[in-house]
Design a protein around this ligand. Structure first.
Ligand code: PLP
Length: 383
């Protein structure tokens, strides 16, 4: 199978050279906009592109307020901060995620708690979440969800839309409401992904998108916080820009803020990338369909978007029949210049999270041992 796939991917991208998992493409107005920031000298914290980029994201996602940040991890940090996460709190997320989801809350002094993912979405499983809480939590006299052993508060639930596939949001929202826990979406990978026609990242009180170099669109480094209402959006903007009270020359800051604002230079790149996002999404969907067809009637199962969703198909994923087959597949494809890689190691295996509480993780463990990501760049990269 690995030899067949190598040939198939080389045909698709029409090259025998190294094919990465995901690379950016700059064939629109990227150079023009970036150069205009250089010409104007407004490369840093002042300039028109930041506002424009935020507006483009608001228009595209339907979010009430979008705030650009220096990267996706900073966006997550801000989202969790705005959701009221404090030192000593518990934050529930999936064991199967990229480490940034956990780093953000860890550095706030909160503790991650890991729950299994769903076979349908590869993201946080609503049933596993409810079961974990039934066994480990109760609502206290103040109506807060606390751990039955430690009394610590479960402050937020952070599902992650794995590879762009939306999680089961209706069900997760119900479980969060039942236990009075705030929903914060890690939508880092899911720009262009919709749950029942509504854009991911607009369901939680706050959510985070990433524009890292390997994401659907990139600003070099960058991120965005999506806020459920405009008032919280104003507060979020304030806190990410040193909490400076606007004044022509006085420096007065009314709380300890962050310096997380995205530079105008990067936002210029983002504005140009937003113009081509619909084209990228179409090309990624075409590629997904071709992979689906390729893996039909094989021992490998291609992971399709859930029925309720339109996914951006950020990274294509296949599930190998077993872990031995997977090891061979990864080794052989990489040796032939077609990049493939295993899904992330589960978070509770990493040294800094090894003592974290977690529920049973059968689906996460199965995916950890059998899933492979295969090349997913938009086809416009063809020579
Ligand atoms: C990319 C990513 C992030 C963070 O993004 P950066 O912009 O690299 O900081 C967070 N969570 C997930 C799941 C990601 O894939």
């Amino acid at each position: 199978m690995h030899n067949k796939l190598v040939k198939f991917v080389q045909d698709i991208y029409q090259t025998k050279e190294f094919i990465p998992l995901h690379s950016p493409s700059f064939r629109g107005n990227e150079k023009k906009y970036v150069n205009s920031t250089l010409d104007s000298t407004f490369v840093s914290s002042v300039g028109k592109y930041v506002d424009k980029f935020e507006q483009q994201i608001e228009d595209f996602t339907g979010s009430a307020k979008a705030i650009a940040t220096v990267n996706g991890t900073a966006a997550l940090h801000t989202a969790l901060y705005m959701a009221g996460v404090k030192s000593g709190d518990l934050v529930i997320t999936q064991a199967l995620t990229f480490v940034a989801t956990c780093n953000a809350l860890y550095h706030m002094g909160a503790e991650p708690v890991f729950v299994d993912v769903s076979k349908i979405s590869l993201g946080l499983c609503p049933q596993a979440l409810d079961l974990y809480l039934e066994e480990n939590a109760r609502l206290n006299v103040d109506g807060l969800c606390e751990d039955i052993n430690t009394g610590k508060v479960y402050r937020a639930v952070v599902p992650m839309h794995t590879f762009g596939h939306p999680v089961e949001l209706d069900e997760l929202i119900q479980v969060c409401a039942k236990w009075n826990i705030t929903l914060v979406e890690d939508a880092a990978e899911s720009l262009g992904s919709f749950y029942k026609k509504q854009h991911t990242g607009t369901f939680g009180d706050f959510s985070a998108i990433s524009f890292n170099g390997n994401k659907v669109i990139t600003t070099g480094g960058g991120g965005m916080v999506l806020c459920k209402n405009a008032e919280m959006g104003m507060r979020t903007k304030h806190i990410t820009t040193t909490a400076k009270v606007p004044h022509p020359y006085e420096f007065y800051h009314d709380e300890a803020g962050f310096n997380y604002r995205l530079p105008n230079l990067n936002a210029a790149l983002g504005c140009a990338q937003m113009e081509v996002l619909p084209k990228f999404l179409q090309q990624k969907r075409d590629l997904a369909l071709r992979y689906m067809d390729f893996f039909k009637n094989t021992d490998f199962s291609y992971f399709k978007e859930p029925d309720y969703a339109t996914s951006n198909y950020w990274l294509n994923a296949i599930i190998c029949p077993n872990s031995e087959v997977r090891e061979t597949f990864i080794k052989e494809t990489n040796a032939q210049g077609v990049m493939t890689r295993p899904i992330w190691q589960l978070m509770h295996r990493l040294p800094m999270f090894q003592h974290a509480k977690h529920g049973a993780l059968p689906i996460s463990e199965w995916l950890e041992s059998c899933l492979v990501n295969i090349p997913s760049s938009p086809l416009s990269l063809r020579a």
